[in-house]
Every structure is written in structure tokens, then in C-alpha cells.
Design a protein. Structure first.
Length: 462
């Protein structure tokens, strides 16, 4: 991989600040192709600086994108990498680009496309992949976008803050609103109307193709601290918790960015959205399962969704592979109460079908008797059938016992004795077993009536 020397970065920064005209109301734009091929290259009037431990090496590199998107100019993207052993920069563990100040009033638009690889051994702790800081050095950012692990799934969480009365570092609200789509581009557009008096708005689009289909909307909110008039945007990776330690942690935080833009209130969704070509060159985002596949002890209601607005979903439960024309059309939550593998595909007219994805659900519920064996009095020489029913997942097996001794071959829910003799009298029980546990039924007392003397003999073995 080619490394960009420090002097080249400095020249690129000078060129960006002096020679490049402002592009309308877009304060900053970078696609790492037409706007320049170093991490500092961009159009727009804002300054930009790198904050990373290895600025001439792995921390920030413009490289060929891992999954180029048809219709985007060129094929490059900016790769960020953060390692546990990296020295802190600007008071924290980070690999970021920091932009110059803009006004924290009115409306601001932000857009970026981020690619999160699945092979970076994610350690499950929170990572900020974009943050808007106020004009201070100690408070939490008024807005950030965080990657986190929630109930076994990687999620995007938006956080916005405005309150400094209860915590001088700032507090506010947040929403976990979508899955992190790994090994594909997550296209964000964010619109913020700043207000610290409850008149603000936050709108987030993720992989949406229309302004009318936002992924998250919060209106009549406060966002931005009351004593601040400016803020600055930083994108890349900022991480404060880690697992492992300096010498043993194998995790390398990696994220790719492309199509990065910052505009003022005169911009629109259409002018800000990351560039993609139209037609069938865009791929529908693969469906997600909620709850995710796993082991459960009770019936689950599974919902399917795709981040592509207007996409339809088909699924199967029999192991076959669904297509855009085969499989069950998804319309309501799927009830899964036995071990099942769901397979699903998302599709939309004019777009490429998503890949087929799957989730396996297994169930382990210990046996419970729903029908107990009943006592019986039978004349010698007749026959009798004792019956039980037990629920459980997986379906339990049975073993009948007489006076606590297993009966050879008696492994069904029914046990029949023919040509009964007095020796058959006793207590009969059943043990139901599956992988989740065992359960023993109540005892059924079998009494033998001996004819013709009408003497009733009852033998009970404790």
C-alpha cells in the first residue's frame, strides 16, 4: 500500500485552503477521486486536519474501495484504521479527519457513505464513526453516530445532546435505529436543525432513495448546547472502551468513507445523498431478522426488514432458497416455535436483488406432562392401556417404569398390557426426556381384580 508522506499532505491542505473555490453552499466535499486523491483533498472552504497516531501509514490511506459502487466517480475511498496500541491523539484514541468550524444555528446537512468490514474481529465495544463537536474541548459532542453491539447485533445509535445543567460534560437522548450493514456501503444523510429550546429537528436517512422515506425523525427536540455558536465535524473512528490489552488485543478498528459532504440549510436531500447510478446497478440491502437466529426456550415472533425503501421480501422455512419470484411473500411477523432455518431475499423493481441470507432458530424446552397416567382397576386376563402426553422442544422420548424399574421396549406415549395377571399390579410411571431435561409423571396405580372370588388384590410397592 502506498503511503502518503507528510509533506504531500501539507501541500494538499494548502491547495484545499487557497486554490479550491467554494462549491455553492457545500462547505466540504470529498470523494477521494475527483476532489483529490489524498485524505486531505476536498472542495469547499473548510479547513481539514488529520488526527491519528500513524498519519503517514495505516491510520488514513486513500485506497481502492473494497466494493466500488457503480455510478460513483473513480474507485477510491478513504480507509481509517485504529489500533489498541496507538498513542492517544487530541486526548483520545482516534483516527479521524477534523473539519473547520461552521455555524451552530439554523439547519445543517451532513452526508457520508461508510463501509464496515466483517473481518476486523470487532470487539463489541462502542465506536463513534462521526461526531459534531461544539466550540469547546471538554464536552461530549452535540451529535454523534455510534456503532455498538446490542443483543448480539451490530447497531447504529444516534446521540444528540443539549443539557449541561445536570452534567457539565453534556447529556441528552439517543436512538438505536438500524443494523450496521457489514461488507456493504451504509449511505447516510443527516439533517439537523439546531435549537436548545425544543424547536430543533433531527432527520436521518440510511440507504434511502427518497426524501420522503427517512429512517429516523425526531422533531421538537433540543440539540446543541445553549452557550455554543459554532461546531465542527469529525469523521473516522473514535473509540474509548476496548477489550483485551495492548499486547493481546487482535482487534483492528477499520472503516472506509466515501462521498462525504457538509452543507448549509439551502441544501436538500437530493443534493446531499451519496452518488449512486440509477437503474439496476444498485443492489437491494439484504434482509435482517429480529430477533436474530439463536437458541430460544419459547416461541418467537420474527420480523424481516430491508433498509432499502420500498423493497419486498420473500422467505422460506423448508430449507429451500427463495428468489424474487419463489418463496413466501413476507407481510406479517413469522411465528417460529420449533427448530427452523429461515432464508430470505429482498427485491425491488429496477434494482439488483439482494443476496439470500439466513437465520437458524433452535429451541430447547424441558418436557412437561400435559396428560398424566390414570389409576386403573382391571380384571385378571383382560388388557389395559396407560397413556401420557408430554410437551417439550425437541419432542421428548418416553420410558415407562413399573415400581421404578424401566420396562424393556415400553418407550411410547401409550403402554398396553394384555392378558393381565396379578403380577402386573403396581405403580406405573413414565420418564419424558429431551435435550433440555427430563420429567417424571405421576404414578398410576394398577389394581388387579381376581375372579371368580371377587377378591380384590392391590399390590403397592413404595
Amino acid at each position: 500500500m502506498k503511503k502518503i508522506p507528510l509533506y504531500a499532505k501539507a501541500l494538499a491542505l494548502m491547495y484545499a485552503l487557497i486554490c479550491v473555490p467554494v462549491y455553492g453552499t457545500i462547505h466540504y466535499a470529498a470523494d477521494f477521486d475527483t476532489t483529490g486523491t489524498t485524505e486531505l483533498s476536498h472542495t469547499g472552504a473548510l479547513s481539514v486536519k488529520e488526527q491519528s497516531a500513524n498519519s503517514s501509514g495505516y491510520s488514513t490511506q486513500v485506497l481502492t474501495a473494497p466494493a466500488p459502487v457503480s455510478g460513483r466517480p473513480g474507485s477510491n475511498a478513504l480507509r481509517f484504521e485504529l489500533r489498541r496500541e496507538d498513542a492517544d491523539v487530541a486526548g483520545g484514541s482516534r483516527s479521524e479527519l477534523s473539519l473547520g468550524n461552521t455555524s451552530q444555528s439554523g439547519t445543517s446537512w451532513y452526508a457520508w457513505s461508510v463501509y464496515v468490514p466483517s473481518n476486523s474481529n470487532y470487539d463489541g465495544t462502542a465506536e463513534i464513526l462521526g461526531q459534531i463537536h461544539g466550540d469547546d474541548t471538554f464536552r461530549r459532542p452535540p451529535f454523534d453516530m455510534t456503532r455498538e453491539l446490542l443483543s448480539g447485533e451490530q447497531k447504529w445509535r444516534a446521540r444528540w445532546r443539549w443539557d449541561i445543567s445536570s452534567d457539565p460534560k453534556g447529556s441528552g437522548d439517543s436512538s438505536s435505529f438500524a443494523n450496521v450493514l457489514q461488507d456493504q456501503w451504509n449511505d447516510f444523510v443527516v439533517k439537523i436543525t439546531w435549537s436548545n429550546s425544543g424547536n430543533g429537528q433531527l432527520v436521518i436517512w440510511l440507504n434511502s432513495d427518497s426524501e420522503s422515506t427517512p429512517t429516523l425523525t425526531r422533531s421538537n427536540i433540543s440539540i446543541g448546547y445553549p452557550d455554543q455558536t459554532q461546531n465542527y465535524w469529525k469523521y473516522g473512528i473514535y473509540k474509548w472502551p476496548w477489550t483485551g490489552d495492548n499486547s493481546t488485543s487482535a482487534y483492528r478498528a477499520v472503516a472506509w468513507f466515501d462521498e462525504v459532504r457538509l452543507g448549509d440549510g439551502s441544501e436538500t436531500f437530493a443534493t446531499m445523498m451519496p452518488i449512486r447510478s440509477g437503474g439496476a446497478t444498485q443492489t437491494v440491502v439484504i434482509p435482517t431478522f429480529s430477533p436474530a437466529g439463536g437458541a430460544y426456550s419459547s416461541t418467537q415472533s420474527v420480523t424481516l426488514s430491508s433498509a432499502t425503501s420500498g423493497a419486498s421480501i420473500r422467505y422460506t422455512t423448508d430449507g429451500s432458497t427463495p428468489t424474487a419470484s419463489t418463496g413466501i411473500i413476507y407481510s406479517n411477523a413469522i411465528t417460529v416455535g420449533a427448530t427452523t432455518t429461515l432464508k430470505a431475499i429482498a427485491y425491488k423493481s429496477g434494482l439488483i436483488d439482494s443476496a439470500v441470507t439466513s437465520a437458524a432458530y433452535t429451541f430447547n424446552v424441558a418436557p412437561v406432562f400435559t396428560l398424566q397416567p390414570l389409576d386403573a382397576s382391571v380384571t385378571a386376563g383382560a388388557s389395559v392401556t396407560l397413556s401420557v402426553t408430554a410437551s417439550g422442544i425437541p419432542t421428548p422420548s418416553y420410558q415407562w417404569k413399573k415400581n421404578a424399574v424401566p420396562i424393556a421396549g415400553a418407550t411410547g406415549s401409550n403402554y398396553t398390557l394384555a392378558l393381565i395377571t396379578i403380577a402386573d399390579a403396581g405403580n406405573y410411571t413414565v420418564v419424558a426426556t429431551n435435550t433440555a431435561g427430563t420429567s417424571t409423571s405421576d404414578a398410576a396405580l394398577l389394581t388387579i381384580i381376581v375372579a371368580p372370588s371377587d377378591v380384590i388384590v392391590s399390590i403397592t410397592v413404595e
